[in-house]
Design a binder for this molecule. Structure first.
Ligand code: ZN
Ligand code: ZN
Length: 140
């Protein structure tokens, strides 16, 4: 811990620009530390099943998950229209490229179960929810 005298002397010779930079850096570091504390606290609340207190954070995680899974879905859709190795247009429903034999990716893995914490669709062979990290098949 730095005391006030040390801080005073450290900043004594600095230009306003350098002082702004120092303030900004300290703010960033504070933000990082707050984030770490928040994350630990969040994990604890989550493991204790206190869903009401974390619902706003969970809502953001579901948004991230939703946007990223849409990208994944679009990539699969695009890959089903055109062979990824030779760029030949594929027949709808084709499992392999008719020209080079490359396998066509299937639908996004079967999403069969719903996470009981964040309600996103999840694969049934997973142990943990890929969105919120809750243990699957466990009612939190
Ligand atoms: Zn091909
Ligand atoms: Zn979840």
């Amino acid at each position: 811990m730095m005391d006030w005298k040390m801080i005073k002397s450290r900043f004594q010779e600095m230009t306003p620009k350098e002082l702004h930079e120092n303030a900004e850096q300290a703010r960033r570091e504070k933000g990082r530390l707050l984030y770490e504390i928040g994350e630990r606290h969040y994990m604890k609340l989550r493991s204790e099943g206190r869903r009401d207190e974390i619902k706003d954070i969970l809502a953001q995680e579901v948004l991230v998950f939703g946007a990223l899974s849409r990208i994944e879905e679009m990539e699969v859709e695009a890959a089903q229209k055109q062979c990824k190795s030779c760029r030949t247009a594929l027949e709808p429903g084709a499992k392999f490229c008719g020209k080079c034999g490359t396998a066509v990716p299937r639908e996004t893995d079967q999403m069969k179960v719903e996470c009981s914490t964040c309600h996103t669709p999840q694969r049934n062979d997973q142990q943990y929810c890929t969105c919120c990290g809750s243990e699957m098949g466990q009612h939190v």
